[in-house]
Design a protein around this ligand. Structure first.
Ligand SMILES: C[S@@+](CC[C@H](N)C(=O)[O-])C[C@H]1O[C@@H](n2cnc3c(N)ncnc32)[C@H](O)[C@@H]1O
Length: 187
């Protein structure tokens, strides 16, 4: 990764990334799953938001991306708040207890996964009642790849109610972008 990109992502972690997590309502002490965390564009700001006693479960099926996340976390202030889990791409979250999380973040992953019903059913199982599901379907950076209307139908059937959506500065691959982010409540 070039040093210019390195500087940009470091700026993102330290400023807008943390601001976005706070805007979404992530708080110190919370337990949050980042499903499909990639290189950690959100897992690292999440760690800063839940520190010092909260926990981020950063999950991905791509070991190269997780390797990059590990590199970025080494020397980071809140490394201890992050548990990294490499999966085989299964969407079963059996390793998390029912109602054990305050929130789940699923950003820019839904264009890859087809079985939303199972995915969101599992997410609802692990989030406590009243907890949050943050969804970025990346519909602005990948127009047409995710059927947002279908998403809005599936989520209520899995026990989530739409709270609000917001246009926000987000992180997409190796650069900032604007995305529409949907915030659901586990009912
Ligand atoms: C486009 S990247 C987005 C990364 C990060 N969420 C972000 O917004 O910067 C999609 C990530 O989802 C991961 N992914 C896709 N399907 C997955 C699955 N079934 N289980 C775990 N990770 C998955 C990919 O490996 C990849 O790292």
């Amino acid at each position: 990764m070039s040093s210019a990109i390195d500087r940009e992502i470091t700026d993102w972690f330290d400023s807008d990334g943390l601001l976005l997590m706070k805007l979404l309502g992530v708080e110190s002490g919370q337990r949050v799953l980042d499903f499909g965390c990639g290189i950690g564009g959100y897992a690292i700001p999440l760690a800063d938001a839940v520190a010092p006693d909260g926990r981020v479960f950063a999950v991905d099926k791509n070991s190269d991306n997780l390797g990059e996340l590990r590199k970025r976390l080494s020397g980071h202030d809140h490394t201890k708040c992050v548990s990294i889990r490499h999966t085989d791409g299964g969407i079963n979250l059996h390793w998390l207890k029912a109602g054990s999380l305050d929130a789940v973040l699923v950003f820019d992953v839904l264009h890859i996964i087809t079985d939303w019903q199972t995915l969101f059913g599992e997410m609802r199982r692990v989030i406590r009642r009243g907890g949050a599901l943050y969804v970025n379907p990346a519909s602005l950076s990948h127009p047409g790849e995710v059927n947002v209307r279908a998403l809005m139908e599936v989520l209520p059937s899995c026990g989530f109610a739409l709270d609000y959506s917001v246009l926000a500065r987000a992180w997409h691959y190796h650069k900032p972008s604007t995305e529409e982010i949907f915030v659901f409540c586990a009912v």
